[in-house]
Design a protein around this ligand. Sequence first.
Ligand code: URA
Length: 239
Amino acid sequence: MNLDERQRAYLGALGIDIWVSRAAVPMAASASAPVTTAEPLVEAHADAVETGVSQMDWPQLRQAVAACTLCDLYKTRTQTVFGVGKQNADWLFIGEAPGADEDRQGEPFVGRAGQLLNNMIIAVGLRREQVFIANILKCRPPNNRDPQVKEARSCGPYLRRQIELLKPRIIVTLGRIAAQNLLQTETPIGKLRGREYEYEDTAIPVVATYHPAYLLRSPGQKRKAWEDLQLAMRLVKNK
Ligand code: URA
């Protein structure tokens, strides 16, 4: 089986020595049997990654993300954007994906939308350094296009592990993509916002609100975003 350097480095970081295709397993007796299709291999890889990621600590997770080649976005990224903030923060904000500024600087929400996010954080009585900020995707999609399903699926275990390690008291999703991916729904953001959800099978409350970039374009919606943040504050207090 031919693994390229990046894949080897990545699996090494996960502590996975051999990358075995599900399709290849029944043929183990035949050492020379070729791997037949790429698809099961990708699936097996994704499973192995998910299993490995679910055991990682912060440094291992950071390293795995930095070396990730699970989807094609690694080909066009400048660097991965892991997330930033306090590793035991009560508040986790989740955006969509890095943009051009974030891709260059390696930090989420550093552009104009980031300025507004900082103000939203201040509005709930905190500073940027006191929360954790992450994205659904760790790599920038070219031309800031929407994340593809495969990309979000590949990146999912990283965010899930971040949430497991953080154990936040509240998750605030920013925009449609973040809300729909985290809550696994296709409901429009206008319907998702303003209510409380739970993250998967945890008791961690989730509040969906508008993306700061959208609020910059539609400042008339800031009042609703503030209502969402107030709901989030109430949920944190009641926990
Ligand atoms: N928009 C996002 O959703 N995330 C970022 O990190 C920057 C802009």
